[in-house]
Design a protein around this ligand. Structure first.
Ligand SMILES: [Fe+2]
Length: 351
């Protein structure tokens, strides 16, 4: 049984980087759960965000309903009475008509075995009940944005994004995340009142900036010990390789300087061109600060994530050394302060 609920818009609609936020708000989400109360809880969390929410109790016809309704995202309970949630997930992911629909599995126990099974079944995310509103909201937004972004890409872009995804999965154990960087560049771009074209270039760069590392062997990319001068030189080449890989992006020329110059330093000691000050393309300066901030605030095998305050202090020290644009770092610090205050306020309100 599928029931339709209407929603209303909540997302910011001032800027439209690639995915129009009003399109995001009108996205269709199918919630599959055989327990009405548990289903209603999720529906109540999603409705205020403006999504069109469909409900299903997970009967034998559910897969047919997914084909027919083509939702933008499926929230699926693992423990259904009539069908096996994991098997249904797998079925959706294996059918050409439904395989691009992101699936978030819901489970009561956060056990490693569930995480492995969810991954095997092709699920994009696994959330533990009781569902946290902020976590749900963030995951849903990221997955729907990603789906709409993929739908809007041309063939060349599709290929490049696929390669970039492979590159990201290889280096993901080093920390950082494309999805987080995308959210940050969108939000900081809006904070700086950049044109939506510029924000789009930053979003593309978030996906593609390190695509050139594909040409660097694992032995060097994943090395945990100190790099030799030759290995360091090899890694530095990723910006030039990345730029040449992305040259076919005819309508997205603004991305190339970000890819090429995201490791320059304000005092001219960066690479590949040794540019200094305002010679460094502005979007590359913005992107670099976000990329560093994301790396610092992410867990890595050899270090725990720094808090936002600690990460800003490290970026501040680097600015004192002359590596970053002081004006831009001041704006970024202010922006993170506002972001943190908003997040804390939302968490307090919902706790
Ligand atoms: Fe890089």
């Amino acid at each position: 049984m599928i029931e339709r609920l209407s929603g209303f818009s909540l997302f910011n609609t001032t800027k439209a980087p690639i995915v129009n936020h009003s399109e995001l708000a009108s996205a269709k989400i199918l919630v599959i759960d055989d327990r009405p109360l548990s289903r209603m809880t999720v529906v109540d969390l999603l409705k205020p965000e403006g999504y069109e929410v469909l409900e299903s109790d997970g009967d034998a016809q559910t897969f047919e309903s997914v084909i027919k309704t083509q939702p933008d995202l499926v929230l699926l309970d693992v423990m259904l009475t009539e069908v096996d949630g994991l098997a249904l997930c797998q079925q959706i992911k294996q059918d050409i008509r439904t395989q691009d629909i992101p699936i978030v599995l819901m489970t009561v126990a956060d056990r490693r075995e569930y995480r492995l099974k969810a991954r095997e079944a092709g699920a994009d995310e696994l959330l533990t009940k009781p569902i946290d509103r902020l976590e749900l909201s963030t995951r849903v937004k990221t997955l729907i944005t990603q789906k709409q972004l993929n739908e809007g890409l041309n063939q060349t872009e599709q290929v490049l994004f696929t390669i970039a995804k492979v590159v990201e999965s290889r280096s993901s154990q080093r920390g950082g995340s494309c999805a987080r960087v995308v959210s940050l560049v969108e939000a900081f771009g809006e904070y700086l009142k950049l044109a939506s074209e510029a924000i789009n270039d930053l979003v593309f760069a978030a996906h593609l900036h390190d695509i050139g590392t594909i040409a660097i062997p694992d032995a060097v990319m994943l090395k945990t010990g100190e790099l030799t001068p030759d290995e360091r030189e090899l890694i530095r080449k990723h910006v030039l390789i990345g730029e040449s890989i992305c040259k076919p992006l005819r309508n997205r020329k603004g991305v190339l300087p970000i890819i090429r110059n995201h490791h320059e330093k304000w005092d001219g000691t960066g690479y590949p061109d040794g540019l200094s000050g305002e010679q460094i393309p502005y979007l590359a300066q913005i992107f670099q600060i976000i990329d560093i901030y994301d790396a610092l605030t992410s867990d890595r095998p050899h270090k725990k994530a720094y808090s936002p305050k600690e990460a800003l202090a490290i970026i501040g020290e680097e600015t004192e050394k002359g590596w970053r644009n002081p004006q831009l770092v001041a704006e970024f610090t202010q922006f993170i302060g506002i972001l943190e205050a908003t997040t804390n306020l939302e968490a307090t309100t919902n706790s």
